[in-house]
Design a protein around this ligand. Structure first.
Ligand SMILES: C[S@@+](CC[C@H](N)C(=O)[O-])C[C@H]1O[C@@H](n2cnc3c(N)ncnc32)[C@H](O)[C@@H]1O
Length: 406
């Protein structure tokens, strides 16, 4: 049985460009990151730490716990290394495991081949040591073994998450072009929203931004909506660690009087948003309104207004969307004075139609689409002297996300 208290290298992966937001969450949970890159954060910790990270991180994809590093020059050497590893200490002979990998090596042009060799080596080792082998397959419902192999160096991890953490489990109905939950959470952090002020999300679609804002404001963590993780399938894993962490999530929910408003012109979108918010336990915290965005109720308690309009991927959309983006600009100028406005878009030509100068541009990816979160200061009364910030993501003014734990 592995020692749960043995600290090892942990790599928390995330979607491209979410690294800085993930780092801030990890710091807010009391960990000390060693390195942050565009798609992840490195730290040291135990399997018990992995439990906390899995249950609490909003911007993460997987939490990888390192179990061995080695040199390798090709698939046969890889098999030899893996068959020697004491898998019988990690996987139950009657258990189930899966293999994933991330490989950059000239001898490999198909990661599936690597996964099969690793699976064979684990199965052979288990047969030799236990007289039988566990089942294996592509479904990430049991223990997940992950290999990172780049050049001559390889590292074996237990992917303690299994299914991605980037989906937060409350979205039973996706709606049209929804934002991935981890991206929506990072976007809310990037607005620097203060939960004692209003958060408005016109054009809410399936409600992801408003739901993530309400979850953050009420300190509800993603672990509340999920009950299977790969770490639960580690042989001899002390389940009481998970049970204690899981019940602590209920205790940490706080009363929230944040004013979150979500509106959409589509009745279906509002119906889907309400259903998703109900699953997330935050339906009571969000005011849902079916209306054109111009009719969204605007609370006095001025905070953030954020739009994620269509970007126009289909031919013929352009003319209609030029008009929509110009109308969003007019609405921000006329009706949202005193708020901080944001538009999340993958189309900078359309963004020009807003007719306001962005005071900040934060880079994101939505899937493979290069996107920007554009910030607009919507001054009340006489406009103050304009002082735009540089657009490079590295030069963002550092700030802490509004995590209620702080
Ligand atoms: C790209 S989707 C938003 C996706 C959303 N961020 C999510 O995660 O599900 C854009 C939404 O804008 C809505 N919409 C389009 N035109 C609108 C208008 N004039 N007023 C209000 N909503 C509108 C659509 O119904 C659609 O749900």
């Amino acid at each position: 049985m592995p020692d749960h208290l043995l600290p090892a290298r942990i790599i928390v992966t995330c979607g491209k460009r979410l690294g800085p937001w993930l780092e801030q969450e990890i710091v807010a949970l009391g960990f000390k990151p060693k390195r942050t890159f565009s798609t992840g954060v490195e730290l040291r910790g135990t399997l018990a730490d992995c439990v906390q990270l899995n249950l609490k991180l909003r911007c993460a994809s997987q939490v990888l716990y390192s179990i061995q590093e080695f040199f390798v020059d090709g698939p046969e050497a890889l098999y030899t290394r893996i068959v020697r590893f004491p898998w019988e200490q990690w996987i139950a002979p009657d258990g189930y495991f899966s293999v994933t990998s991330n490989v950059h090596h000239p001898t490999i042009n198909n990661e599936l081949f690597v996964n099969v060799r690793i699976k064979d080596a684990i199965a052979d080792r288990m047969r030799q040591s236990c007289g039988r082998r566990p089942d294996s397959g592509a479904e990430l419902r049991g223990l997940v073994v992950h290999l990172y192999w780049s050049g001559d160096g390889a590292e074996l991890f237990i992917d303690t998450s299994g299914e991605t953490l980037a989906k937060h489990g409350y979205r039973k109905i996706p709606g049209k072009a929804p934002m991935l939950e981890a991206l929506a959470a990072a976007t809310v952090y990037a607005t620097k929203w203060d939960p004692s002020t209003a958060f408005l999300n016109p054009m809410c679609g399936s409600g992801t931004l408003a739901i993530e804002a309400a979850l953050i404001a009420s300190n509800r963590y993603p672990g509340l909506f999920r009950n299977n993780y790969s770490f639960l399938h580690i042989l001899g894993f002390d389940r009481s660690i998970y049970d204690a962490a899981r019940s602590a999530l209920n205790q940490s929910i706080t009363q929230s009087d944040a004013q979150v408003v979500a509106s959409d012109i589509s009745a279906d979108a509002i119906m889907i948003s309400k259903a998703n918010a109900t699953t997330a336990g935050v339906a009571e915290l969000i005011q849902f309104v079916q209306c054109p965005f111009e009719a969204t109720p605007v609370p006095e308690n001025k905070g953030v207004v954020i739009f994620n309009p269509e970007y126009g991927e289909r031919l013929g959309d352009e003319e209609r969307l030029n008009k929509t983006y110009a109308e969003i600009g007019d609405f921000l100028k006329k009706s949202m004075k005193g708020y901080r406005g944001y538009i999340f878009t993958g189309n900078m030509e359309l963004a020009k139609k807003v007719g306001l100068r962005a005071s900040r541009r934060t880079e994101f990816f939505n899937g493979t689409i290069d996107c920007r979160l554009l910030e607009y200061e919507l001054y009340e009364g006489t406009r103050r002297k304009f002082n735009p910030e540089p657009s490079a993501p590295d030069s963002q003014t550092p700030f802490r996300p509004p995590l209620p734990d702080q």
